[in-house]
Design a protein. Structure first.
Length: 75
């Protein structure tokens, strides 16, 4: 014969871990990586502009180079 005891506080399922799961963390990292890649591509395009246009847009050539840039050519 089995004996089961229950306390008056039956809080099953009310506490959840605040830690993200494996797939959620992987998706977050994928999004971060793609965002950084997109910023490098945009910086590559901005570096093709002249200094006056960059200044009008509020960018500095040296700052864009520090962040990094990738030149993408069409296929």
């Amino acid at each position: 014969m089995a004996y089961v005891s229950a306390s008056p506080d039956l809080s099953i399922g009310t506490t959840r871990s605040t830690r993200k799961g494996l797939f959620s963390r992987a998706l977050d990292r994928l999004i971060e990586a793609r965002t950084r890649e997109a910023q490098r591509v945009v910086n590559g395009y901005l570096l093709t502009l002249d200094d006056q246009t960059l200044a009008e847009l509020g960018h500095d050539r040296a700052a864009l180079r520090r962040v990094g840039a990738v030149a993408r050519t069409p296929l």
